[in-house]
Design a protein around this ligand. Structure first.
Ligand SMILES: NC(=O)c1ccc[n+]([C@@H]2O[C@H](COP(=O)([O-])OP(=O)(O)OC[C@H]3O[C@@H](n4cnc5c(N)ncnc54)[C@H](O)[C@@H]3O)[C@@H](O)[C@H]2O)c1
Length: 405
């Protein structure tokens, strides 16, 4: 890889950016040089903190010749248009999950990246978590026999964390299928390593006060014969972090006494206070702090994960893989992360500066968006849907994207 730094501009200084910031700050191969966000307070604070330029107009920022790449961390509904503009301006793009709010948009983004000859990578997503990558290596080595089944469960309070209105609007990619399903699908696809043939699912809108799809369960049939069950509830009272050593999604030990905190804070804030609560988690306010990058012993995770192979079961934890085979149970212990989301940033830099193929390239992202659509469609039609028919309905040829792997 070249030794020069990737000059990166940020689009959207919200919660997603805050979570990725420690990884960006820790990586020697990247220099944050600019940002665009419609909130002037955030942009100004950012400009001071990074001696970087804060732009009030996105197109002006994209026209700057001293920017190599952008990280799009704006709300989902802006990803496609901003990505197309950035690619047209010759920038490499790291786009937050979900890549887009529908398959047509995702397809246009991937085609534009190909035409522009620029990297388009989707992430950070939990498909890039070190335990997932390590478990996938173990599965791919063949020593445990073929992968047969993956069980993925995540029970969270997602719906009751402070939300923008579009995060609770299914037509803008709100709800859990696109926001959270994209993570879970990436994880399961990485573990299985086969194209998905079909999906049967059910989704749920259980709370009339928050009218988004807040839960789903799905059965995925893979072309190589493996299968996976995916369950996600954003309405949960049970917290599945208990199943992974009480470590939260970000790899931090859970504070004692936090039961019911999200619902309690939301009820205290009332309908009018939710926006302020949401803002307090974004960049630009003194109260909003990124988790510190030091003392990190655990990797991020996305709930309970069990990969069943012919000769062993692999259970993923934030710091290890527990391997239960015919004769023994042992742990494959992982090194702690260099910094949160470092590996995802590293993969993007290697792709943009070194020409390496990113693990979650544009084609990968297109396929994951197709799976999100399949979950929604299967639930609506109350039948199994094939991924091929999802592509056909969007008038796209699946094979053009080379993402089914
Ligand atoms: N990978 C992860 O684990 C993770 C975690 C959180 C968020 N995200 C993703 O990040 C994206 C943003 O979500 P969030 O939770 O940070 O939202 P947020 O509401 O916390 O922040 C959104 C930010 O974007 C800004 N913004 C609004 N309109 C914009 C526009 N047109 N152009 C640029 N910026 C704009 C807002 O001012 C705000 O600073 C989403 O796609 C979400 O899925 C990913």
């Amino acid at each position: 890889m070249e030794s020069r730094q990737l000059r990166l501009a940020i689009i959207g200084l919200g919660r997603g950016f805050m979570l990725t910031l420690p990884g960006l700050a820790a990586h020697p191969g990247v220099r944050i040089v600019a940002a665009f966000d419609p909130r002037p307070d955030a942009a100004q604070q950012f400009s001071r903190a990074y001696a970087a330029r804060a732009f009030s107009d996105l197109r002006t920022m994209l026209a700057a010749s001293d920017i190599d790449a952008v990280y799009i961390a704006s709300p989902h509904e802006f990803h496609a248009e901003q990505c197309l503009d950035a690619l047209q301006a010759g920038k490499h793009v790291l786009v937050e999950k979900p890549m887009a709010i529908n398959l047509r948009e995702a397809g246009r983004m991937a085609e534009a990246a190909l035409a522009a000859g620029r990297v388009l990578m989707v992430g950070p997503s939990h498909g890039l978590d070190a335990p997932v990558i390590r478990a996938a290596e173990l599965i791919r080595s063949g020593e445990l026999g073929r992968i047969r089944l993956v069980t993925a469960l995540n029970f969270t309070d997602f719906l009751y964390r402070p939300r923008r209105p579009s995060e609770l609007d299914d037509s803008s990619g709100g709800g859990v299928v696109f926001s959270q399903g994209a993570h879970q699908i990436d994880v399961v696809r990485r573990l299985v390593g086969q194209p998905i043939a079909s999906i049967r699912s059910t989704t749920g809108v259980w709370d009339p006060a928050r009218k988004a799809q807040g839960a789903y369960t799905a059965f995925l049939a893979f072309e190589g014969g493996a299968a996976a069950t995916l369950t996600y509830s954003g309405y949960a009272h049970f917290d599945s972090d208990q199943l992974v050593g009480n470590i939260n999604e970000l790899g931090r030990p859970k504070a004692a006494g936090g039961y019911g905190e999200a619902r309690r804070r939301l009820a205290d804030a009332g309908a009018t206070g939710e926006a302020a609560l949401k803002q307090s988690r974004m960049y630009g306010l003194a109260s909003a702090a990124s988790p510190p990058a030091h003392d990190l012993l655990h990797h991020e995770h996305f709930g309970f994960l069990l990969a069943s192979c012919e000769r062993a079961d692999l259970r993923l934890f934030p710091d290890r893989i527990e391997i239960s085979s015919n004769t023994e149970q042992r742990d494959d212990v992982l090194k702690p992360p260099a910094a949160p989301r470092y590996d995802a940033i590293d993969a993007f830099i290697r792709a943009a500066l070194g020409g390496e193929q990113p693990v979650q390239d544009a084609g990968w992202g297109v396929e994951t968006v197709a799976c999100c659509e399949a979950i929604v469609q299967s639930a609506a039609l109350e039948r199994e849907v094939t991924i091929d028919e999802i592509f056909q309905a969007s008038e796209l040829s699946r094979s053009n994207f080379n993402g089914a792997r």
